[in-house]
Design a protein around this ligand. Structure first.
Ligand SMILES: [Fe+2]
Ligand SMILES: [Fe+2]
Length: 268
């Protein structure tokens, strides 16, 4: 069994020090073997924000796996955005934008879904292209049958009905159907600052809210997920900030059937 924590949308520049301390406290209790971060590490992609974020990540003393989000591209410094969009990411965080990590229990595949521009006015929207889908499939084909296969991508592959105006990730339908056919188990994402989990085409889509920032939406406190289990049974445990501490709110149990994952029960 593995013991992972999924945090997201840290938005350094809008981080809340008390929540950072609370997260470190609960991670000390949970003792995850790895922390997964699904993008929006910074608020405005500034040097200082990346530097502070990098310092925070190092201070955890836990191996981490990270992909960028749309806020990790500068929205205002357009020469930077178009000419060298990921220079700060590579300087402060990682030389890789689409990392891969694998061990005997699981495989984690990263996809960078933030885009410099698109055929729409809202450039915060993301996309997964066919090259990225093919790349993910080639990793999935190398997985052992018992390895749980995660994809980490910032933008949403599913949204609750009330938040569909936030837009699903571009390329979603084709990508999800192909990834499902090739045995992907879970997609971990952020961007909408909401926590939820849903099963679509036999794939679990699991979102963490904003874990550390004050960029909250109504009825969605700071949150993160703990994911434990194996390739037959997975538990996603939601932790929410209550103003003083992160506390466990619910556990969602999932079972894998011949046709993919299915939600078994929710324990509050
Ligand atoms: Fe965000
Ligand atoms: Fe985002």
């Amino acid at each position: 069994m593995f013991n992972l924590v999924h945090i997201s949308d840290l938005h350094f520049g809008r981080e809340v020090p008390k929540v950072i301390n609370g997260l470190k406290d609960i991670l000390g209790e949970i003792q995850p073997e790895r922390v997964i971060i699904s993008g929006d590490l910074t608020q405005r992609a500034k040097h200082e924000e990346f530097s502070n974020a990098a310092h925070f990540l190092q201070s955890l003393n836990i191996p981490f796996f990270i992909v960028p989000g749309n806020h990790d591209l500068s929205a205002h410094r357009l020469i930077e955005r178009f000419a060298y969009p990921w220079r700060k990411w590579k300087k402060y965080i990682s030389t890789e934008l689409e990392p891969l990590y694998t061990n005997d229990k699981y495989m984690v595949i990263g996809a960078n879904t933030a885009r410099r521009m698109g055929w729409y006015l809202d450039w915060s929207r993301g996309r997964i292209n066919q090259y990225q889908v093919n790349n993910t499939i080639s990793h999935l084909q190398n997985a052992d049958s018992t390895q749980v296969r995660f994809l980490v991508a910032h933008h949403p592959f599913w949204l609750p009905a009330v938040y569909e105006f936030r837009h699903l990730i571009g390329g979603r339908d084709k990508a999800l159907s192909q990834l499902s056919q090739h045995g992907l188990d879970i997609i971990m994402s952020g961007h909408v600052h909401m926590s939820y989990a849903e099963v679509v085409e036999g794939v679990i889509i699991s979102h963490a809210g904003t874990t550390l920032s004050d960029r909250l939406i109504p009825e969605q406190p700071n949150s993160f997920n703990r994911i434990t289990g194996d390739r037959s049974h997975l538990i996603i445990e939601l932790f929410e900030w209550n103003g003083e501490h992160f506390i466990s709110r619910k556990q969602q149990h999932f079972e894998r059937t011949p046709s993919g994952w299915t939600r078994e029960r929710v324990v509050k």
